[in-house]
Design a protein around this ligand. Structure first.
Ligand code: PMP
Length: 405
């Protein structure tokens, strides 16, 4: 649960690194698996061939993936997973004879990494504005932040499911025959912990079904127990057609990402190919043996310690603790789900640094690491967190807020 600074201080990790060290740091089992693998097989190509640990790993991963999402493509990051998912969606539409279905729909305030596909469907102006015209044929649904009546909502907010209906507006403008896929983070993390309104994701699924559009869930943050279920798709009981992963897949010990899709998509791609290759796409390090070893050991740790269930069990305590900051100074909204928390502060226009950044510095000095984006504090501790550590994070933030001008 801790980092040690260069001067020897212990800092409690309130963010699981970058939403990724779900089982906590320095897990011996994972370290040993990587060491052993490095001594056994350091590298082998995964183009047109394979090696045993990539199959062992993907088989185990398929075992915990929800619904029929059992065909897996391995990448090295969340960004690669997002671009891979978009390419699978486009290739699938073409393979099934719907070559005009090429438009991609993202969402405002969405984050899907830093590849060209990801920034194009993503909704963060600073990640987009310096990089030319990006992908063409992309539209964005509105974000779900700030809907009236939702401030300080616990778990899923009440209002705003109808924001999904904006897909109808995009369909009316372009026609469903031109739209390949919608991609969303089930819970938007990087832009400030935006919890979907009750029923929103189900409505999006229904509209995608109605218009024959693929639904992609970017589960780079929400995967591997963050919400107290293996994946957000399970938590919300909504089946995406394609699901992206990274971060917690190896407990962040070795870089890795993955994309899962249904048999239907896989079989369609394969049937349309005039070669035994289902998709002309791949990375040198796809299925890297060290990443697979780390991933296998990570999934074993998650299972043996029942960490997804543990996150669910402690999420009520987490919710109450985070919401106890409602009357702290400068707080204008609090959001939570599973082991995620977002605390939004009143902006401080004209100040050299945001209030949240000042809170970050003060918390770090007091031995607690949080994360901030603009005026929002984001929390996502390792799933092994104890109640006393939750109290410490919350009380440290309270103190820091009190001290902040
Ligand atoms: N998608 C989501 C939802 C993410 O949160 C992130 C990283 N924060 C990414 C994609 C990109 O992952 P990476 O930084 O590993 O490329």
């Amino acid at each position: 649960m801790y980092y040690t600074t260069q001067d020897g201080r212990q800092v409690l990790d309130g963010t699981a690194g970058l939403w990724c060290v779900n089982a906590g740091h320095g897990r011996e089992r994972i370290v040993e698996a990587i060491q052993q693998q490095a001594a056994t097989l350091d590298y082998a190509p995964s183009f047109n061939m394979g090696h045993p640990i990539s199959f062992a790993f993907t088989q185990k991963l398929a075992g915990i993936l929800p619904f029929d999402l059992k065909k897996i493509f391995l990448t090295n990051s969340g960004s690669e997973s997002a671009d891979t998912a978009l390419k699978i969606a486009l290739a699938y539409q073409r393979a099934r004879g719907h070559a005009t279905k090429t438009r991609l729909i993202g969402r405002e305030r969405g984050y899907h990494g830093t590849g060209f596909g990801g920034i194009s469907v993503g909704g963060i102006v600073r990640n987009r504005m310096n990089f030319g015209s990006l992908l063409t044929g992309v539209d964005h649904l509105p974000h779900t932040h700030g809907v009236a009546g939702n401030a300080f909502a616990k778990d899923e907010p009440e209002f705003g499911a109808d924001l999904a209906d904006n897909l109808e507006r995009i369909v009316a403008l372009h026609d469903a025959s031109t739209i390949a896929a919608v991609i969303v983070e089930p819970v938007a993390g990087s832009t400030g912990v935006l919890i979907p309104p009750k029923g929103y994701l189900k409505r999006l699924r229904a509209l995608c079904d109605k218009h024959d559009i693929l639904l992609i869930f970017d589960e780079v943050i929400t995967g591997f127990g963050r919400l107290g279920a293996g994946f957000a798709a399970e938590y919300f009981d909504v089946r995406p057609d394609i699901l992206t992963m990274a971060k917690g897949i190896t407990n962040a010990a070795v870089p890795m990402g993955a994309v899962a899709c249904s048999n239907r998509i896989y079989d369609t791609l394969l049937a349309a190919s005039d070669t035994p290759i289902e998709l002309f796409h791949g990375y040198t390090y796809s299925g890297h043996p060290l990443a697979c070893a780390a991933g296998l050991a990570t999934l074993e740790v998650y299972a043996e310690e029942h960490l997804f269930q543990r996150a669910a069990d402690i999420s009520g305590y987490w919710r109450d603790a985070v919401h106890s900051l409602a009357d702290a100074k400068h707080v204008i909204d609090i959001r939570n789900l599973g082991l995620i928390g977002g605390i939004e502060l009143e902006p401080r226009p004209g100040a050299a640094t945001s209030r949240a950044l000042e809170v970050f510095d003060r918390c770090f000095d007091k031995g607690v690491m949080i994360r901030v984006t603009a005026d929002i504090i984001a929390l996502s501790p390792p799933l092994i967190i104890e109640t006393a550590e939750i109290d410490r994070i919350v009380e440290t933030i309270r103190e820091a807020l009190t001290e902040t001008a």
